[in-house]
Design a protein around this ligand. Sequence first.
Ligand code: HEM
Length: 225
Amino acid sequence: MTSHRPIRIWDLPLRLFHWALVLCVVGLVVSAQIGGNAMVWHFRFGYAVISLLLFRLLWGLLGGHWSRFSSFLYAPSQLLRYLRGRRDFATDSGHSPLGALSVFAMLIALVLQVSTGLFSDDEISAAGPLTALVSNKIVSTATFYHSAIGKKIILALILLHLVAIGYYSWVKRQALVRAMITGDKVLDPETPASQDTLKTRLLALGLLASCGAIVAILLWVVRPT
Ligand code: HEM
């Protein structure tokens, strides 16, 4: 039997993306709860999340092996096999078929939440930067989704995420959280590792800076005159 060894699964950019996203989402929830002057921070965290999501989209195409969407786009038959208890190196290394579903759900819910935030208006003190570009009907629909629906979907997905991570950590004894911190999982040495070199990290930094710059430029272009 081959002895297992640490394999790089989550490259550093993916891990930093994850923990930055956690910080920003917590910041968004807290600033929305406080309201008033804290809404300035709600907007800043929102712009940071848009930049992070844009980066994740690019990193899903250009990142390390297990960060790429292609490594966790499973066919329904693979999901069924997984649910029946069949495992292979792909399902045990990166996101499992079930984990992948929750990752895509979380990313899509966050995209919807930040997009509708741009068009939302609480009619008291805070209006998204794109509200002036669309009709009142679109603003009220976006505001309703952003504050009454999307928020609950995201909180439910985060709760599910934490329960699933807790289950796999404590019941199944899989060191998922450690892997999201160190990047490594102890696996069969044949498992392909994610590239995580100075070059790939610099590429990620360049991509993230570009995403931030694109968001800043777009906001500057649409600023009220
Ligand atoms: C605001 C809260 C959180 C959000 C929005 C969030 C979001 C995400 C997302 C989007 C991914 C997929 C990463 C990717 O491939 O892009 C992920 C994975 C992961 N998250 Fe979180 N996360 C949150 C909190 C946490 C916390 C508190 C922990 C640890 C205690 C955690 C542990 C993990 C782990 C271990 C994975 C990898 C799961 C796997 O192996 O498939 N997350 N999270």
